[in-house]
Each structure stands twice: as C-alpha cells, then as structure tokens.
Design a protein around this ligand. Structure first.
Ligand code: SF4
Ligand code: F3S
Length: 104
C-alpha cells in the first residue's frame, strides 16, 4: 500500500484525490490519509503530491504512518474531489517535525 506521511500536515494540497482509481483518500482537519485496505498499490498518486507526502509503505520507518493511515481512514470522511489547499500550505511545505500538529 501507499501511505500519506507527515509532509501532508497543514498543506493538504489534495491533488492526490483526483487521480486515485479507487477513491481511497480520507480527509482530516489538516491532513489526508489513504485506506490501506482499499489502496491497490497503483502508485499514480505519489508523483502528484506537491509536498511529496505520499510514499510506498515498504520504505523504512513508515510503520507509524501506516498505523495512522489505517486508524483514521476508518473514521474520517472520504474525499474524491480536489479543493483549495490549507491557507498557509506553502509556508508549511517542506517543514520537518509536523507530526505533533496532526489534528485528530
Ligand atoms: Fe489510490 Fe493508487 Fe495512490 Fe493507492 S497508490 S492511494 S490506489 S492512487
Ligand atoms: Fe496531502 Fe499531498 Fe494529497 S499534501 S492532500 S498528500 S496532494
């Protein structure tokens, strides 16, 4: 599966949702997640994210993000249409240590 990682937080560009063939993105207040049980591993969303927030879960150190994607995709609403990014998306793009800012 692919997962959305920390880089999405406070950016939420939502380009990703437009290309997913199985509509498996879910929206929180300041981040999206992928439902790993629905993702078919096609990889088309990865290059679409301006923040490079989407990665295959086979990369090192992503266990925590796989858990977060799994957990929140069960309760957050599905999102399939692109919307405006977060107001300060450009300022937050590329910043480290955003994880503590994740709104549940
Ligand atoms: Fe959707 Fe494919 Fe991305 Fe999985 S890898 S979230 S199926 S676009
Ligand atoms: Fe987030 Fe990138 Fe999608 S910033 S909303 S994963 S396009």
């Amino acid at each position: 599966t692919y997962v959305v990682t920390e880089a999405c937080i406070n950016c939420k560009y939502t380009d990703c949702v437009e290309v997913c063939p199985v509509d498996c993105f879910y929206e929180g207040e300041n981040m999206l997640v992928i439902n790993p049980n629905e993702c078919i591993d096609c990889g088309v969303c990865e290059p679409e994210c301006p923040a490079e927030a989407i990665l295959p879960d086979t990369e090192d150190g992503l266990d925590e993000w796989l858990e977060i994607n799994t957990k929140f995709s069960e309760s957050w609403p599905n999102i399939t249409v692109q919307k405006d990014p977060m107001p300060d998306a450009e300022d937050w793009d590329g910043k480290d240590d955003k994880k503590e800012l994740l709104s549940e």
